[in-house]
Design a protein around this ligand. Structure first.
Ligand code: P6P
Length: 338
């Protein structure tokens, strides 16, 4: 008889909720609703290649339905899974400039959902994996329908964080602070099945670094020295012999880093000192997952999870992955002239 058990994400969430006697179920409902939205998005993303046949974005498909851009579709799918449940007081999305309110006709709850509905959507046209990133915060204000203070919380305050990677298979990976767990979608039964329990970033990590080297001319001296160290440094100092892997899709590059180890880097540079990636709904959720899996996340000086957000869409440099490598890049950047 096989030793592996069949555990759906819904069952896993319930079992983890039992570890928190104070939990009232709303928190678990949000995770369950996120898994539902992920199934809806996965189905659409996997049809992306047929958009031209079924109707490209902005046109009508053969059924006469207007076809949405996939990131708008993903935004809408998450919103409609969450707006009526009474679990959230408000939401923050990469696709929406301001705080997203819960409609007055629905009850408001005690949690905030922050998310990037479909990161890397420009990769869809070339069939490269893309992803959804999310985190759940507890409301801290007395505002029934949430406030900026409820949204602008440091990553340490996240109760849960997760991502969905729409790749050769669709996987949902999440943490509630008790380890990192990965689920693979079986589309034939519409269930996310536990496939990667208790994910830990391997030690020693694979010698992989992930950065867009087209920006080398804009890097600080310390950044240049670190990449040179990975390529040509001596073994004793932990350098040399690294391979470069860069998909250009954050969730995919992070998913590989989580499972194989190594480091993902999106530094600030002379033109964009804060880099490109967003703190609230990209860096902080992935930082919680990395730390729960034994890794680290930094902006080059501070742990990502300790950064107090000042605005909803603020950007941050991001160094993410094996703790030893994140510590090493911090040392190189702190040296004179970096
Ligand atoms: P660059 C995709 O557009 C994205 O937001 C992330 O998914 C990815 O990590 C990054 O941008 C890639 O940026 O500047 O290397 O093209």
């Amino acid at each position: 008889m096989s030793e592996t058990h069949i555990v759906t994400i819904d069952r896993h969430i319930i079992e983890h909720e039992r570890k928190h006697p104070e939990a009232r179920g709303a928190f678990s409902n949000i995770l369950t609703d996120m898994a539902l939205a992920a199934k809806v998005i996965s189905r659409k993303v996997n049809m992306a290649g047929l958009m031209d046949i079924l109707g490209a974005a902005g046109s009508e498909n053969v059924q006469g339905e207007s076809v949405q851009k996939l990131d708008v579709f993903a935004q809408d799918a998450i919103y409609r899974a969450m707006d009526h449940t009474g679990d959230l007081c408000c939401m923050v999305s990469e696709e929406w400039e301001d705080i997203i309110p819960i409609p007055e006709k629905f009850p408001a709850g005690d949690y905030v959902l922050v998310f990037d509905p479909l990161d890397g959507s420009s990769n869809i046209d070339v069939n490269v994996s893309i992803g959804t990133v999310f985190a759940i915060l507890r409301k801290v204000s007395n505002e029934e329908r949430g406030s900026m203070a409820d949204c602008l919380q440091p990553g340490r305050k996240q109760l849960a964080a997760g991502y969905v990677v729409y790749g050769s298979s669709t996987m949902l990976v999440y943490t509630t602070g008790n380890g990192v767990h990965g689920f693979t979608l079986d589309p034939s039964i519409g269930e996310f099945i536990l496939s990667h329990p208790d994910i830990r970033i391997p030690e020693p990590p694979d010698r992989i670094y992930s950065i867009n080297e087209a920006y080398t001319p804009r890097w600080t001296p310390g950044m240049k020295r670190f990449i040179e160290h990975l390529k040509f440094g001596d073994e004793e100092s932990g350098g040399g012999g690294y391979s470069s892997r860069y998909i250009g899709s954050l969730v995919s590059d992070f998913h590989r880093t989580l499972l194989r180890g190594g480091i993902f880097l999106y530094p600030g540079d002379r033109e964009n000192p804060s880099g490109k990636l967003r703190l609230l709904y990209e860096a902080s959720p992935l930082a919680m997952i990395a730390e729960q899996a034994g890794g680290r996340a930094s902006d080059g000086r501070s742990n990502i999870l300790d950064i107090q957000p000042e605005s909803l869409h603020q950007r941050t440099p991001l160094f993410l992955g094996s703790a030893g490598l994140v510590g090493a890049v911090e040392r190189f950047l702190s040296e004179e002239g970096s």
